[in-house]
Ligand binder design. Sequence first.
Ligand code: S3P
Length: 448
Amino acid sequence: MRSPGPTQLSLAGRGPLRGRVRPPGDKSISHRALLLGALAEGRSILTGLSDGDDVVRTQAAVEALGAGVSPAVGEAGLTVDGGRDRLGPPGEPLDMGNSGTGLRLVAGLVAQWPGPVELTGDLSLSSRPMDRIAVPLRLMGAEVEGRGPTCLPPVVVSGGGLRGIDYTPPVASAQVKSAVLLAGLSATGETVVREPVATRGHTEEMLAAYGADIEIVDAGPGRIVRLLPSALRPFRLAVPGDPSQAAFWVVAACIVPGSEVLVEHVHVGRGRRGFLDVLSRMGADIEEIPVAGEPDTADLLVRSGPLRSTVVEPGEASGLIDEIPVLAVAAALAAGTTLFRQVGELRVKESDRLAATAALVRSFGAGAEVGGDDLAVEGRSALTPAVVDAGLDHRMAMAAAVAALAGPAPATGTTRIDGWRAVESSYPAFIVDLDRLSSRDGERGELP
Ligand code: S3P
């Protein structure tokens, strides 16, 4: 167990950010790599996994289910020894910490057994709705129990004897799609998930790559995935950098005057690059330099400059839902009013991020208003220092840090972020990376 970081961070503008930074491995891909590695028949080798607590919890969960996880000899990675015969329900509850993705995906995987398997989490996760996975898993034949009408954790899953379903999720959610597909791997018959608007596609794309009997059909903004019960073959995967973490540095480099930052090795695939499109519309100076031999991966060269407002349309939101708090910080320094349309899903993230994002923007002196499910942010030419409580929400903590960096130097006032420790769930080294980017004499190397 790592010792937890500080609960409070004081931060002020430090001048330009310059140099290179490599965000942690993509969290979504890391969770799936561990789960699919546990299911695959043999030894998988994973490098570049996220080092955040969310993924550490998923690793602990697959070990509790019977997979063998060890450091890979001679590589900065892990081996996962998996296979159906090794796995079974754990004797103890699985504590998924702060991670909705972890809990929802593991619930889908364990639904293959009569169970019961109990899934728990921290205070934040314990207030997040699990009915969105309980409904389809029950249709497949599992029993899923939770607290209250929205099935809050702890959640108890008792499955086995699952049957495939044809399901259209009522909310755009990659986690729901993934829970259904993971359960579908061991259901009888075909499992179909129809998404009116496609969400991130890692689960079905990784299942296809690792030998599942699966068909993926893109139709306009939507996607249909058909899966038959399948065994998976082991795989070797180098996880690319997390675009949702990269977004903090990209926005910081845009809004801190004089900055020039190369954000390295970022996954920019379909369903994950939406924040780059939005920032480009806002006039950001971002050059995408593809990484040779690694599809959908780029280095992002970002230089500061003036931003203007934009409208983020409903169809775009699911492709950048995690980036909205930091995009709102960019909007707080853009000319005009930026509108994020139909982003009500933010209410059920690690905190009520719709209210929290509006409050964050206002506390730094810009304008923000929530109308129905829309968020409007009115930009200012400068931000003022603030006191922010991140609660148990890592992305609110880091969005506040980015806003603080664009604020005045320490002499004029310092931003205080309570609950800073939340960053442990996804980006434990955030401050180390920040110190490197803002040091006057640090190792910068030549930028391209
Ligand atoms: C994720 C899906 C998204 C996202 C979350 C990670 C995933 O959630 O917000 O951080 O890895 O599948 P929803 O599925 O609830 O949209």
